[in-house]
Design a protein. Structure first.
Length: 175
């Protein structure tokens, strides 16, 4: 066994990436404090052809030193937009026909493994602040909530890790 070379990985150029058909979903970052988390989410979004990342509220925007450190150039390939209010971003997505799901622990939820996206629909997943999660008022704007099962003593995941799990599961079920 040997590590694959960069040539063997057959990576897309930034130009080819932008032309590539994306998976029909958007990530909405609701007041994510850490630029390092934001950069990691950009990098995951590039790896799985996420349509767009919406940065909301206090969420840092490129070019931010911490984002660039973990994004490794993916802020130049992944489409993104900024909204001062997360509710505005969610409403714009709803107006464009997206189904909106909070990634959150709620009393009424769908377990991630039980969520099966319909291929003809567009989805947006709202990921919340590292301490407070998704803002309570946003939950009323969402079509539902998806929870990632956890089995240990902690009952939360790092927001970038949660994004990676949700992105992978969506990609796995739609490709």
């Amino acid at each position: 066994m040997e590590k694959s070379t960069m040539d063997a990985l057959n990576r897309l150029s930034k130009e080819d990436f932008k032309l590539q058909k994306k998976l029909p979903f958007v990530l909405v970052l609701d007041n994510v404090r850490s630029g390092l988390n934001v950069g990691s989410i950009f990098r995951t979004s590039d790896a799985f052809l996420v349509e767009k990342v919406l940065l909301c509220g206090i969420t840092a925007q490129p070019p931010h030193r911490e984002i660039l450190k973990t994004a490794l150039g993916s802020t130049e390939s992944v489409a993104w937009a900024y909204f001062s209010e997360t509710a505005e971003a969610v409403q714009a997505l709803k107006d464009d026909g997206y189904l909106i799901f909070a990634i959150e622990q709620t009393t009424h939820k769908i377990w991630l493994q039980d969520f099966f996206p319909e291929k003809e629909k567009k989805y947006a997943f709202v990921l919340g602040n590292e301490v407070e999660g998704v803002d309570e008022q946003l939950l009323a704007l969402c079509d539902g909530a998806i929870e990632i099962p956890q089995f240990g003593t902690k009952h939360s995941l790092n927001v970038a890790v949660a994004a990676g799990i949700v992105v992978w599961e969506f990609a796995r079920k739609t490709l």
